[in-house]
Ligand binder design. Structure first.
Ligand code: SAH
Length: 221
């Protein structure tokens, strides 16, 4: 990763914490080496407030700007593994937030489009991704319920906010043979769904455990 801004400092200590986090993810059942390498190589502390660098390497969600959170590392790892990423996949992420998840997908050589509804967060993260050398991630300001029709269809769609239902418009923007990963439930708890759109258009749903995300909210802010 080309780091062009001196504000972004890494250290042996933080690298060590990163390696510990990788070991923890491995123990929790993450086996895809590309995902583990992403966690080893992407300094997650660049995505949160500088004063809390060490918190970046605990397996917890953490507050970022605009009352949002950077997803827990384990959650990012699970969502990424359910997407079954192949090089060159066109992936739409709903909920850019800190940008960390988008970087993990980009690290795995996916072509990433990511949508954020909060203007402040959209601007902050778009700038951060460029500064970190991830200018190839396409950041979009918009309502994720609409998807990104201009860039559809997608091989994969990832929703990183808790939904109460599966938005039809997103299903429509998924290619036959594509996969959508979306947490669906109430505001308090959601089940992680992996939805496979078969070549004939029929949907197969798998359930992968309980999670808690910030809500998938309609409209712009
Ligand atoms: N993927 C993020 C996790 C962010 S938390 C990361 O790696 O840090 C979820 C994000 O979804 C928040 O930033 C929230 O503002 C955003 N969000 C919620 N509803 C949305 C919508 N309708 N469209 C786009 N983004 C939305």
């Amino acid at each position: 990763m080309a780091i062009m801004n001196n504000e972004f400092k890494d250290s042996y200590q933080l690298k060590g914490l990163r390696q510990k986090l990788v070991n923890e993810l491995r123990q929790k059942g993450i086996t895809d080496e590309r995902i583990l390498n992403a966690f080893r190589d992407i300094p997650r502390h660049f995505f949160i407030d500088k004063a809390f660098a060490e918190w970046a390497y605990k397996d917890v969600a953490f507050p970022i700007e605009a009352d949002q959170t950077i997803s827990q590392p384990y959650t990012v790892a699970i969502q990424t593994s359910l997407l079954d990423i192949h090089k060159g996949d066109r992936v739409l992420e709903i909920g850019t937030g800190s940008g960390f998840q988008a970087c993990v997908l980009s690290y795995m050589k996916a072509k990433v489009y990511t949508i954020e509804r909060q203007a402040k967060l959209f601007e902050h993260t778009s700038r951060l991704l460029k500064e970190l050398g991830y200018g190839n991630i396409r950041t979009l300001y918009g309502d994720g319920y609409e998807g990104a029709p201009r860039f559809a269809p997608f091989d994969k769609i990832l929703v990183t906010a808790g939904a109460t239902e599966i938005p039809q418009k997103l299903l429509d923007q998924l290619k036959p043979g594509g996969i959508m990963v979306i947490p669906v439930g109430t505001d308090d708890i959601q089940k992680m769904l992996k939805i496979i759109k078969k070549e004939d258009g029929t949907l197969v749903k798998e359930v992968h455990g309980n999670f808690r995300f910030v809500p998938f909210v309609h409209g712009l802010k």
